[in-house]
Design a protein around this ligand. Structure first.
Ligand SMILES: Nc1ncnc2c1ncn2[C@@H]1O[C@H](COP(=O)(O)OP(=O)(O)OP(=O)(O)O)[C@@H](O)[C@H]1O
Ligand SMILES: [Mg+2]
Length: 482
């Protein structure tokens, strides 16, 4: 879950960064390109004006006078109104025409210096204290009569700046808007396309060796996700088959061992009968019989576990009072505990009903109490408790015995696992009791947990779903309604 969420955030962040970067580069190039274009365009216009004044007006000068020139320029360009700067200077330095101050007062034409030699026939930029800038183009014009004039035409940069500022403002407003829109859309798309991954993850988390028959949802999208879910399902199927084979093998092996073991036992018992008077042989056969009994128990346990795991056991499920079952079962084991001077206390809540197989649930209690008796020192104490917690029935078997070392705790439910091999062997355990308990719990949709401290004691807690109300339980409610 967490991973797909962070993947979603990561990809969206990358996407947002890339998009913002691209837009920024795009905006900057548009801005710079437009600035250069407007600059070039203004220069061209100004040069055109200068040339027009030179060819159309100055060429007629010896015939026409300065007043005519002034009127013509004012009429054609209206510099004061348009905020333009125009100046015509005679080769001898006399200013023939100078435009008036523009209406908006951005510059004072009288204070504009004459172009230096290197600034002739080109453009220059002037900056005023007010911050306004003026672009001035100047050319030299030589009339047919051989007189030279300097014609200058200028316009404030201000107009270009207004356009550029407008563009900047538009970009500044729209870019974050476009980026957030794209990010929100991208995030939504990502979430939609990654949702199946969340689902697959959730389902895959729930698949264990006990429910390998389940499959992951297949997303019919025809893309990588469909292929992934299908190949995961094929993998689960292979695991399922492998597990089934292992289970089948244990079940078959234990089943096959049953008959020869029974025959062996019968044979041994027969020999013991025939040689009743030979004490030494009787002892030997007795211990051989003991071992075959032990082997039978192991084989039976193995068969039970494999069948439970394979789901082959037909459960005779009925509604049971777990408290009553615990009390009667533990009561039967009281003698066993007393033999070792161990106290056995039972505290069961009334009316904790579960839906289960009586014999199997009894086996859970027997195995747990049997362990507690075996692994508690003389004079110890065992407690069996049945409670209700929410929708669950709780069975707790705790003792103040030897306890289980922390390193062994995660393994006690494994087949043939014994925390202390020497100790268990002396008490005759094979390490299968808890495996059976766990398999029965799983078959009842329950679970078992253990907590223990070495030297202090252990506590096994079984959680089973409470039985739903039966039809038989309803009449009282119906009667009340009537
Ligand atoms: N109440 C307990 N106190 C201390 N150790 C325990 C307790 N219950 C189980 N154990 C440890 O867990 C191991 C596994 O228990 P499990 O019941 O599966 O096997 P077992 O008792 O050795 O043999 P079996 O039950 O097959 O006769 C035991 O060998 C023991 O070391
Ligand atoms: Mg046991």
């Amino acid at each position: 879950m967490m991973n797909t969420r962070s993947l979603r955030f990561r990809i969206t962040a990358w996407y947002a960064g890339l998009l913002a970067g691209t837009l920024l580069v795009f905006g900057a190039s548009v801005y710079l390109g437009l600035e250069r274009y407007l600059d070039w365009n203004l220069q061209r216009t100004l040069a055109g004006e200068c040339r027009a004044i030179g060819t159309q007006l100055l060429s007629q000068l010896p015939d026409k006078d300065v007043t005519w020139l002034t009127r013509e320029i004012t009429e054609a360009y209206a510099p004061e109104v348009n905020g333009l700067f125009i100046r015509v200077v005679h080769q001898e330095g006399e200013v023939l025409y100078l435009s008036g101050a523009p209406k908006d007062g951005t510059f004072d034409p009288r204070r504009i210096p004459f172009p230096r030699d290197k600034e002739m026939d080109g453009s220059r930029k002037l900056q005023f204290e007010s911050g306004n800038r003026l672009l001035i183009n100047s050319i030299t014009v030589t009339t047919a009569a051989g007189t030279r004039f300097i014609v200058e035409s200028g316009a404030p940069y201000h107009q270009i700046e207004v356009v550029l500022h407008g563009l900047l403002l538009t970009l500044a407003i729209y870019m974050p808007f476009v980026v957030s829109l794209a990010v929100a859309g991208g995030y939504w798309l990502m979430r939609r396309s990654l949702q199946p991954v969340d689902e697959i993850t959730k389902r895959a988390e729930g698949i264990t060796s006990t429910n390998l028959s389940e499959r992951l949802p297949v997303i019919r999208s025809g893309d990588e996700l469909e292929r992934l879910s299908m190949s995961l399902n094929r993998m689960i199927e292979r695991l399922d088959n492998a597990f089934e084979q292992i289970n089948r093998f244990s079940a078959d092996a234990s089943h096959e061992l049953r008959t020869p073991l029974t025959i062996l036992q019968l044979e041994l018992e027969g020999i013991a009968q025939n040689h009743r008077r030979d004490a030494a042989l009787g002892d030997q056969i007795g211990s051989a019989l003991e071992e075959t009994h032990r082997m039978s128990r192991i084989v039976e346990s193995l068969l039970t576990i494999s069948r439970l795991d394979a789901g082959e056991v037909k459960m005779e499920k009925s509604r049971l009072d777990l408290g009553e079952l615990a009390a009667s079962t533990a009561g039967e084991m009281k003698l066993l505990a007393e033999e070792r001077s161990i106290g056995l206390r039972i505290r069961a809540e009334n009316g904790v009903h579960v839906l289960g197989d009586r014999v199997r649930l009894q086996q859970i209690i027997v195995n747990l109490v049997d362990n507690s008796i075996k692994y508690t020192q003389v004079g110890g104490m065992i407690e069996v408790r049945v409670d209700r917690e929410g929708n669950s029935a709780i069975l707790i078997v705790s003792d103040n015995g030897l306890g289980i070392p922390a390193h062994a705790l995660p393994h006690v439910f494994e087949r043939f696992y014994r925390a202390d091999k020497a100790r268990s062997r002396a008490t005759g355990g094979a390490g299968l009791g808890l495996s059976i308990v766990k398999a029965i719990c799983a078959a009842h949709n329950g679970e078992i947990k253990v907590s223990s401290q070495e030297g202090r004691g252990s506590s096994f807690r079984v959680e089973l779903p409470l039985s739903p109300l039966f039809v038989n339980d309803r009449p009282s409610v119906v009667l009340r309604e009537v």
